[in-house]
Design a protein around this ligand. Structure first.
Ligand code: HEC
Length: 403
């Protein structure tokens, strides 16, 4: 497809996906907050389950949570059901566009596994389908009875196993986004297959004046609680492609596990209550997980390039960059996919190579996610040569080394 059309499709889907997602997550956070904030004492009416006053923009709002009198359904009644569906309908094509229609560039990484782009796409789409089936089975099985502890434990173990497994098969970037897409798909399926049917039953029962089937609404509540645990982690995964220091890290699976833990712990701080009191102590595991993640990205853990050995001539560096980088990073790229320099970073001028020395070290030496998917076949010796040149001060020939 024409690069310009691809770009516009990408922008259009991304824009719509973000708006739908904000609408969805916004309403679910709002209702979870509302449930926690409702005043439930001194209720004067038997049908009233809680109420609160709100102030927003130019007015006061009174929100009441009520039991409906049998046989009476208010009209119109708004239920928030399209936000989740729209998020999926814009997100899935975006996944296809970015990951399955770019020749495997973002999807696979020869340094990770030798899977072909075609099979990687099968793994990706298969994961979305199978994971929902497995998850739904677990949560309708005896494991989920009573407190549901066994189901909780099995679900977390499976999630972390998927994280580990995917990072061994797909490129780091694709692994992160596919874990996010998997959780996002489960969230949407929870809404459409479990929560909305329960709400339909609520409505039908209210209309018919019969009592509500409790199992359906308990399951709906349980599923929306699950969604709340993975919301913040999923949002991170959706943004993660901006952060190669995480997805291209040698321990990227651990990075993702740590960020999932941090996101779920923040959810606890916001929503979990212990005998009606907030559970602020969850900030400790959240901070600990983030702290470990930050440490793992530090030079103290990753190490730097060694500066020893013979002095590297800039001409040698320029040779590597010309062979391995300028097909994309140039004012006149020759790559079949990238018709403009990615991130507007070009290496045509020696000065510009030097100016980017630090990011080149990060991407080429430490994270090794450049050249992208190693499309140009850089060797370990060439990476080491760049590392030595940068550690020696990244000097252009004739110019003094940086202090
Ligand atoms: C096949 C095309 C391609 C090749 C070849 C390639 N890159 Fe990149 N590069 C990209 C893309 C796409 C991005 C933007 C996505 C990203 O940041 O991961 C990028 C981003 C970068 C960045 C980050 C720029 C910023 O905004 O911080 C650096 C640094 C970089 N590349 C260095 C290199 C070096 C050095 C080489 C050669 C050893 C190289 N790249 C080869 C496609 C390529």
């Amino acid at each position: 497809m024409d690069a310009v059309i691809l770009d516009w499709l990408n922008l259009g889907l991304r824009w719509a996906h973000l708006i739908a997602g904000i609408g969805w997550i916004g309403t679910s956070l709002y209702f979870m907050w509302l449930d926690a904030a409702l005043i439930r004492t001194n209720l004067s009416r038997p049908d009233l389950e809680g109420y609160t006053w709100l102030l927003h923009s130019g007015g006061f709002y009174l929100v009441e949570r009520r039991k409906l009198p049998p046989g009476q359904l208010p009209s119109p009644i708004h239920w928030f059901k399209w936000e989740a569906g729209m998020t999926f309908l814009t997100g899935f094509p975006l996944l296809v566009l970015v990951y399955y229609m770019t020749g495997g560039l973002y999807l696979v990484d020869p340094a990770v596994s030798s899977i072909t782009p075609g099979w990687a796409a099968v793994v990706g789409v298969g994961l979305l389908i199978v994971s929902w089936a497995v998850y739904d089975q677990i949560w309708t099985s005896p494991l989920a009875r009573g407190s549901g502890r066994p189901a909780v434990v099995v679900s977390w173990i499976l999630l972390f196993a998927v994280v580990y497994g995917l990072t061994r098969v797909l490129s780091g970037r694709a692994a992160f986004i596919h874990v996010g897409a998997m959780l996002g798909t489960i969230m949407v399926a929870n809404v459409w297959m479990r929560i909305i049917p329960a709400q339909k039953d609520l409505i039908a029962s209210a209309e018919a004046g019969r009592t509500v089937d409790d199992t359906l609404s308990t399951r709906a509540k349980q599923r929306s609680t699950h969604n709340s645990y993975v919301t913040f982690p999923v949002i991170f995964m959706m943004l993660s492609h901006h952060y190669p220091a995480l997805y291209a890290h040698p321990l990227n699976w651990l990075m993702l596990v740590l960020l999932i833990v941090a996101g779920a712990a923040v959810r606890q701080v916001m929503l979990a209550r212990d005998k009606g009191k907030p559970t602020d102590w969850w900030l400790v595991p959240a901070a600990a997980a983030l702290g470990v993640a930050v440490f793992l990205t530090s030079p103290a853990w990753l190490g730097g390039g060694a500066g020893g050995g013979d002095r590297v001539a800039f001409a040698a560096v320029k040779g590597v960059i010309e062979r391995r980088c300028v097909s994309c990073h140039s004012r006149t790229p020759t790559d079949d996919v990238f018709k403009v320099a990615p991130n507007n970073v070009t290496f045509d001028a020696p000065e510009s190579i030097r100016a980017h020395a630090e990011t080149i070290r990060t991407r080429v030496v430490l994270l090794k996610n450049m050249p992208l998917a190693n499309k140009t076949g850089i060797t370990e010796l060439e990476r080491a040569l760049l590392a030595r040149w940068i550690a020696q001060g990244a000097a252009l020939d004739g110019a003094p080394a940086r202090p």
